[in-house]
Design a protein around this ligand. Structure first.
Ligand code: HEC
Ligand code: HEC
Length: 231
């Protein structure tokens, strides 16, 4: 078994899900894959697994369909699939020790990722990080409400209350932005907010929220979201 794209060629030749792939899918949907008691996310919180994303979802991690057949990951930054997975595991799921190649859980996850990779070769996932934060034109607030539901609500819950959020660590939106004037003097609150969404962090500091690439969230949808949140 290899944690390399080429392994997928051999393994995808079988038919039907293997028991390992089924166990892998369970792990994919299970936040307790991470040993951290503070983690509330599973892989499925941030990733679709189908050829196209469901209409009512905007996942920060896009879809992992064909992921095992891609030549590299994270915009070329990761050249081993397990490293690409471990990036998410440690950066977002508070995993302390990266999953080891020989860990049965890694193997099962791998089998699952192979099972959702029907092609033998697939193009890399374009992944464009917005480097320098600039303001975006505010858009249609109605569209913004849909964007909020599709992208943010699973983690942050409903606006103003946080009802239904999957972790208490996820702040209540948009109220949290009221403090930005004090925390980041001289920077408009909307811009601070954009920084968080685009980088998952504040100017290089802190957090385990995923960053949204341009492919995951267009500037147009971001502008609509800001209009909806009144930022
Ligand atoms: C909190 C959100 C989040 C969680 C949880 C998460 N990921 Fe990700 N993942 C991302 C983002 C954002 C990217 C970068 C976007 C991209 O490249 O598709 C990414 C990228 C990846 C990539 C590289 C895709 C590529 O082609 O570049 C793999 C593989 C991956 N994730 C697997 C996993 C697995 C397996 C898990 C569970 C162990 C997981 N992720 C958990 C957000 C997350
Ligand atoms: C996978 C879960 C997840 C998703 C999806 C998510 N967030 Fe978050 N977000 C968090 C968590 C957890 C925090 C607190 C930790 C941190 O700052 O990273 C947070 C923090 C924030 C903050 C900073 C709050 C503060 O303390 O000042 C903002 C702003 C924010 N999110 C906006 C959004 C928006 C807008 C979306 C949708 C486009 C979104 N988030 C999607 C989990 C998520």
């Amino acid at each position: 078994m290899k944690w390399l794209g080429v392994g997928a060629v051999l393994l995808a030749a079988g038919c039907g899900p293997t028991p390992a792939a089924e166990y892998g899918e369970e792990l994919f949907r299970d936040p307790t894959l991470s040993e951290s008691q503070y983690n509330a996310f599973s892989c499925a919180t941030c990733h679709a697994t189908t050829a196209t994303q469901p209409q009512d979802k905007l996942y920060a991690g896009l879809s992992l369909y064909n992921v095992a057949a891609r030549p590299h990951w994270w915009g070329g930054y990761e050249t081993r699939l397990l490293d690409a997975v471990n990036f998410c595991y440690t950066a977002f799921m508070r995993g302390v020790t990266p999953l080891a190649p020989e860990d049965p859980k890694s193997r099962a996850l791998y089998e699952y990722l192979v099972s959702i990779s029907p092609e033998t070769q697939a193009p890399a996932q374009p992944f464009t990080i917005v480097k320098d934060i600039t303001d975006v034109p505010r858009g249609n607030a109605e569209r913004g409400a849909d964007v909020y539901k599709a992208a943010c609500q699973d983690c942050h819950g409903e606006t103003h209350t946080g009802n239904g959020r999957n972790t208490e660590f996820a702040s209540i939106l948009p109220e949290v932005a009221k403090d930005y004037g004090q925390l980041f003097p001289g920077i408009p609150a909307g811009l601070v907010f954009i920084e968080k969404v685009r980088h998952g962090r504040f100017f290089g500091v802190g957090g385990n929220m995923p960053p949204y690439s341009q492919e995951a969230l267009s500037n147009q949808d971001l502008g609509a979201l800001l209009a909806y949140l009144g930022l």
